[in-house]
Design a protein around this ligand. Structure first.
Ligand code: HEM
Length: 143
């Protein structure tokens, strides 16, 4: 009986391990609804942030919504989800905005706050923020 239980335990462990290995980052984040929620929260934080609100000022509600949808679709696709992204590439979208290193650091800080709010596990946050870090060169203005 002990042996049997050990075998069942080992099989369960292996199954969970394999299932995790096959999960995309999109799935680990909790799918499109979870990504939408994080993006909405992060956008709100940016709009109310002393340092970053200058990028969001004077923007109509419609434009904000479209932008949120584009960001969510981009993240969905980039993390292996079933979305189409029809927006600009990251360099084109950001190069004329004058985003500094300091802005970037603040953005990452706010992103962590949003991920924490929705209880995204630490290892998934790390993987996600690692992927986002790969975009820094395209987002921060070179001057
Ligand atoms: C400091 C960090 C960032 C700031 C201040 C920022 C700001 C902005 C602003 C103001 C726009 C609107 C541009 C326009 O209407 O012409 C925009 C567009 C966009 N951003 Fe960012 N962004 C940042 C980082 C990122 C990151 C890390 C991602 C991806 C995960 C991202 C994804 C997008 C997308 C998909 C668009 C829409 C592009 C389009 O209009 O086709 N942004 N961003």
């Amino acid at each position: 009986m002990k042996k049997f239980l050990a075998a069942v335990g080992a099989a369960a462990f292996l199954t969970v391990g394999l299932a995790n290995a096959e999960q995309t980052l999109y799935e680990k984040l909790g799918g499109k609804k979870a990504i939408d929620a994080v993006v909405e929260d992060l956008t709100n934080r940016m709009m109310n942030d002393k340092q970053l609100k200058r990028f969001c000022g004077n923007v109509s509600k419609d434009k904000l919504k479209t932008n949120r949808e584009l960001v969510a679709a981009f993240i969905c696709k980039a993390t292996g989800g079933p979305c189409e992204y029809k927006g600009k590439d990251m360099k084109e979208a950001h190069q004329n905005l004058g985003i500094t290193e300091k802005d970037w650091d603040r953005f990452v800080e706010l992103a962590k706050q949003s991920l924490n709010k929705f209880k995204v596990p630490a290892d998934v946050q790390k993987e996600f923020l690692g992927a986002v870090a790969g975009l820094k060169d395209q987002v921060v203005s070179k001057k």
